[in-house]
Design a protein around this ligand. Structure first.
Ligand SMILES: C[S@@+](CC[C@H](N)C(=O)[O-])C[C@H]1O[C@@H](n2cnc3c(N)ncnc32)[C@H](O)[C@@H]1O
Length: 838
């Protein structure tokens, strides 16, 4: 344990570190040095030998379709589907850090929260990170320390927006994480029609939107899209590629859990047999969900976890058995139906009595004899029993003296008490994971129960180990890992998901667990339970103490907040994906174009079917017709951000053509694009739309036909900065959020709404923006939209108190003389604007 400075415990922020981690290639800021050209594309091998084990031939007679005519019986059977290949070339794209929630920032904010909580007057204020923390400190024991777990230099937890395929490749090649993950939890789309099952609004837990005047956001509306070009065939290809990559990430003793419904369970198991090998199968778990599905036959009450080790032998040796509390009459305690009577016999209880009985009085009975032992006579309660008793006579007498023998019929039996070890081993049926398994209310339409993931983590990893989730959704795995002191990486292709996860991570208060040697990697102290066994009593030994690995011992003198993490996206995401990509109806003509032209044509036509492509010569790449007028379309580079210069040049080119509406499409935008947009628009002639291209727009297998699924607006927030000049003091600034742009899907335009009109879910301020990495200094949430606020604070809440605060605290203007404001709207879209404050 780190030493606590008693005199100044309010201000001191201690933290724990994880072991030294190998340096990744991706730098903290700026652009990543790319891999050497010959390493930028890898062939993803997806073959456990099956391709060599099959014999391909032709059907007899006229039918000349190739078919598998035989298979080597020495190989394991495998599943086939349309498009199954044994390898595929994929590009390796670097990651970009968008934001660092750094250690020192968290430490600063905690100190601020502590100071504010120590003030005599005043209410807990929103307006900085950990408003919950301030409130908790204010209302609770003020001497409680605030801790967070961190990792040594070179390691930071990560939330990464991007397609899991490319992100994992990047983690393997740029971040050196091959063989480093101890556990992977994969909860992909289930491969069935989930059209109605997606998350529209961030933080509300609702996937319906009764407020119909609010425009549906194009990004979020299909955030959970699951439409695949070849149906289940594409789905199997999608999953198999990712499973092979997950295997590469796993350490030798690691394992992967795949969450799946029964619709595709059978296919997924076959897939996992292929990827991991049947002998590495660990278990198949059925867990209860919070809501069931009505079916024509038996209703569905749960989903499955299919668990495979990378290497079964090593995986089993790293496995930690968990236990659940025995409940009289229930699973694990069904034999404990008796009470011991004063005459040494036992009586079976009725169901009613059983429900009311206490743990201490319930007993079961067991054999006290065993073949092969010497037979002797034993006197008990006036009767003589003869048998090959397990203990010698004097120890059998000791058992009798301890009240451990009873008579059942004509037999002498051993008395087992429920309280001897009131726990039973967690097995493959998890019935306790329904509604009560959620540590927090639902914020995401398809959120997994916390208990399910916590259990997987506790069974297979130790504190400090790396847990990875390629489909993080609302962040359940990251939260569980943070809660349990594990390192984590969460990936999702949806920005709604990444923002929801970020939001959940930062505002949660975690228990602080006692560490064995001051570092998570040195493990926690766990609650223990004595286990009394007949063999121990016979030998006169002290009962063994069993560690309960999912019950670390909390240190009640401290509370814990989230440790530092970084938010990343795939940098040159789209670079290679578009290669050879064509729109079917014009396939030939596009394929024949030079590369750049092909790229531009494809994107323009995906955006507007009617776009007249102009080619790559100028910066107006296509022209389309709106109801009123013409629109100029300019497409940003595949490998970088749309710059202010591109916008300026596109506008000049459009004006030269007499076009007054310009749509600039990009995979990423420089943070200062807002400044140039307003400068150009302020001249009164031209209207500019900045449009994000959804990262997985060109991913193979997706039905990329509807523009509203692929593009969303970059709506820049409207902010005001006021400066005050303290005499002889540094300049102070105050930022006010005035408005936010929200995309109207039907009109395909962005309307600005006042910041207090209910569209802002959260906003963040970087007080000293370095032009590259956004760092949270102040955070503001609309807590009205957080149904779990009451639970988090464990208090009655006056909603007025948590109204979204629109003005920041004042702060000194520092070195870069630039601030950045990031706004996340209720649909999960985020946008950043930069302002100079000199
Ligand atoms: C069932 S949800 C996961 C929910 C999560 N277990 C939770 O508790 O919130 C599946 C997630 O996979 C994401 N997803 C779908 N395809 C993806 C891909 N190719 N790469 C990364 N994420 C993807 C979706 O955006 C969605 O958030």
């Amino acid at each position: 344990m780190p030493k606590n400075n008693k005199k100044n415990s309010q201000k001191k922020v201690t933290r724990y570190t994880h072991e030294q981690i190998k340096e990744p290639r991706t730098p903290e800021t700026g652009h990543t040095q790319l891999l050497p050209a010959d390493e930028q594309i890898v062939a993803l091998p997806m073959d456990n030998g099956w391709s060599k084990a099959i014999t391909v031939g032709k059907l007899p007679e006229k039918d000349d379709r190739p078919v598998v005519v035989d298979m080597d019986p020495a190989a394991d059977p495998v599943l086939f589907w349309a498009g199954k290949r044994n390898k595929r070339e994929i590009p390796i794209l670097p990651l970009q850090r968008n934001e660092i929630v750094s250690e020192s920032r968290i430490a600063q904010i905690i100190e601020r929260a502590q100071k504010a909580a120590a003030e005599k007057s005043g209410e807990a204020r929103q307006g900085h990170l950990f408003a919950d923390l301030e409130k908790t400190l204010r209302e609770g024991d003020k001497s409680r320390r605030v801790e967070f777990y961190t990792h040594d230099e070179g390691w930071k937890n990560k939330l990464i927006c991007g397609d899991s395929l490319h992100v994992i490749e990047s983690l393997l090649h740029y971040e050196n994480l091959r063989g480093k993950a101890q556990m992977i939890y994969l909860d992909p789309p289930y491969g069935i029609d989930y059209n109605s099952n997606f998350q529209k609004l961030i933080g509300t837990g609702r996937n319906d939107d009764d407020d119909s005047d609010r425009a549906d956001d194009v990004l979020t509306i299909k955030a959970f899209r699951d439409t695949w070009s070849l149906g289940v065939h594409s789905y199997l290809s999608y999953l198999r590629e990712r499973l092979y990559l997950c295997r590469d990430l796993l350490s030798e003793s690691g394992g992967v859990f795949l969450q799946i419904s029964e619709a595709n369970l059978h296919l997924c198991r076959s897939l996992m047999d292929e990827v991991f090998g049947y002998s590495n199968f660990a278990a198949q778990i059925l867990f209860r969900k919070s809501g069931g599905l009505t079916a024509a036959t038996l209703n569905r009450v749960g989903d499955y976890l299919v668990w495979y080790f990378k290497d079964a032998e090593q995986g089993r040796s790293a496995y930690r058995q968990l236990f659940r509390r025995k409940v009289p009459g229930d699973e694990g305690a069904t034999q404990y139906r008796y009470v011991l009577l004063p005459d040494g016999t036992i009586r079976e209880l009725s169901d009613d009595e059983l429900r009311r009985a206490s743990e201490d009085e319930l007993v079961a009975h067991d054999n006290v004899t065993s073949q092969g032992n010497p037979v002797y006579e034993f006197h008990f309660r006036g009767r003589v029993f003869k048998g090959p008793f397990k203990p010698p006579p004097e120890r059998l007498q000791a058992l009798a003296d301890m009240g451990r023998l009873c008579v059942v019929g004509n037999t002498l039996r051993y008395v087992r008490r429920l309280s001897d070890f009131p726990w039973f081993e967690v097995n493959q049926l998890w019935e306790d994971t329904g509604v009560s398994g959620f540590g927090r209310p639902k914020v995401y339409a398809v959120q997994t129960s916390d208990l399910v993931i916590e259990r997987c983590i506790s069974m297979t990893t130790r504190p400090g180990d790396l847990v990875l989730d390629p489909t993080i959704g609302s962040g359940t795995t990251a939260l569980a890992a943070e809660r349990l002191g594990r390192r984590w990486i969460g990936i999702d292709s949806s920005r709604v998901a990444i923002n929801t996860a970020r939001w959940e991570l930062l505002r949660t208060l975690y228990s602080h667990y006692r560490l064995r040697n001051g570092r998570p990697s040195g493990d926690f102290e766990y609650q223990t339970s004595p286990r009394i066994r007949m063999s121990g009593l016979i030998d006169g030994k002290e009962p063994e103490r069993v560690e309960l690995f999912d019950r670390p011992v909390p240190d009640l003198s401290a509370i814990r907040v989230c440790g530092p993490f970084e938010v990343m996206t795939l940098g040159r995401y789209s670079v290679e994906d578009w290669k050879g990509y064509v729109i079917s109806e014009a396939a030939r003509s596009y394929a024949e174009m030079p590369k750049l032209q092909n790229y531009i044509a494809v994107i323009c036509r995906l955006y507007r079917k009617d776009a007249a492509v102009q080619g790559a010569g100028g910066l107006v790449h296509a022209i389309a017709e709106s109801e009123k007028d013409k629109i100029a379309i300019s497409v940003g580079p595949l490998s970088g951000r749309v710059t202010a210069k591109q916008i300026n040049d596109a506008v000049q080119d459009a004006l030269a053509l007499g076009i007054l509406e310009v749509h600039v499409l990009g995979w990423a935008f420089e943070a200062n694009v807002g400044e140039i947009k307003s400068q150009l628009e302020s001249r009164g002639r031209v209207k500019i739309h900045l449009v994000m291209i959804r990262p997985d727009t060109l991913a193979e297998g997706l039905k990329a036909t509807q523009p509203e699924m692929l593009f969303s607006p970059l709506a820049l927030p409207d902010v005001d900065v006021k400066l005050a000049n303290g005499k002889g003091k540094p300049k102070e600034a105050v930022v006010t959020l005035k408005g936010v742009g929200v995309f109207d899907r039907k009109q395909r335009t962005t309307e600005y709404y006042a910041a207090d009109s209910g569209y802002v879910a959260a906003w963040y301020l970087d007080e000293d923006y370095d032009g590259d990495c956004f760092v949270d200094c102040q955070m503001f949430f609309d807590f009205k939209k957080a149904p779990n606020l009451k639970a988090t604070l464990k208090a009655e809440v006056d909603p007025g108190e948590f109204k979204l605060q629109l003005t920041s605290q004042s702060f000194p203007v520092r070195g870069y003389k630039r601030i950045a404001v990031k706004v996340v709207d209720v649909y999960g879209n985020e946008s950043t604007v930069v302002k100079h404050v000199s």
